[in-house]
Design a protein around this ligand. Structure first.
Ligand SMILES: [Zn+2]
Length: 294
């Protein structure tokens, strides 16, 4: 499962490498870090959606303007991973690797139209490049998390470099959004027991995912939504992994949300909740001793 989901982020990183001004060496590194998949078969930079139209009006799915408010479920105040306990037919929406103007904007518009909140796991480099888009995510009431500065594979770089990358990424996201980092997702979901302990000790909550939308494949939005919905029906609940850097993800989101609503599912919002400030704990200058004292 971990390996399979790791592929998701690996593929997304390839796209990220193309849209986040990575150097050729970085791109080479990203390409060699994971499975030898035909790159042309997965990159979507030339992909053009033909069905990028929401299925409904801006205010409802009928001429009477029925509200989408009922799709919105509980808001979980999360102080630890154990607080994320989903009930039957509850899902959490997560978007990795952004933000990026245009695609993230379209995702935000859909979430707003359906009245639901998501969690965006931002890459620091992307937040630095597109601070206005990052800030817009927070302004619209979504929760955010870190995803390192440049989407490196933390399990391969050693603890010191790993935490430099985490901290630099978090700082960039915080600088763009004005919000401290509460949640964290490992790029490629590539973790180790030691890294997980250390990330947790620094006040972050590791957000794993258990429903893979596979939005890194060049499938139609309708197929992506149908495939994702099939997995949700099988598991009946879970944290859905998506990527707001893909145009097809933005295109399929209205389809997915309409299916969730029709199926009686609820979208649960995650709200990081802790008495002490993780921003201080994950700063580059924080010492281990200082972290634990706080
Ligand atoms: Zn990722």
């Amino acid at each position: 499962m971990v390996l399979r989901l790791a592929v998701v982020c690996a593929l997304s990183c390839l796209v990220l490498a193309g849209c986040a001004s990575k150097s050729p060496s970085d791109l080479k590194s990203a390409k060699t870090a994971f499975v030898p998949v035909d790159r042309q078969s997965i990159l979507d930079r030339d992909y053009r959606e033909e069905t990028d139209k929401p299925p409904f009006s801006a205010f409802g799915n009928s001429k009477r303007g029925r509200s989408f408010g009922s799709l919105s479920g509980r808001t979980l105040k999360v102080s630890s991973v154990s607080d994320i306990r989903l009930r039957d037919k509850e899902v959490v929406l997560t978007f990795d690797d952004g933000p990026i103007p245009g695609k993230t904007d379209r995702v935000l518009a859909t979430l707003k139209r359906y009245g639901v909140k998501a969690t965006f796991l931002m890459v620091g480099q992307m937040a630095r490049n597109y601070p206005a888009t990052a800030a817009k995510v927070v302004k619209q009431g979504h929760s955010i998390g870190g995803h390192t500065y440049n989407h490196s594979n933390l399990a391969q770089v050693g603890s010191s470099r790993a935490f430099t990358d985490i901290s630099t990424g978090n700082t960039a996201v915080t600088r763009a959004t004005g919000k401290p980092i509460g949640f964290f997702r490992f790029p490629y979901l590539a973790d180790t027991a030691s890294l997980r302990r250390e990330v947790t000790a620094r006040g972050m909550i590791i957000l794993d995912a258990d429903i893979d939308s596979k939005d890194y494949f060049k499938l139609s939005p309708a197929t992506l939504a149908a495939n994702t919905m099939a997995k949700i029906r099988a598991k009946r609940k879970g944290i859905i992994l998506m990527h707001d850097i893909h145009g097809r993800t933005a295109a399929m989101l209205p389809l997915l949300l309409s299916k969730l609503k029709a199926g009686g599912y609820k979208v649960v919002a995650l709200q990081y909740h802790r008495a002490w400030a993780p921003k201080t704990l994950v700063s580059a200058n924080s010492s281990e001793t200082k972290s634990r004292q706080m």
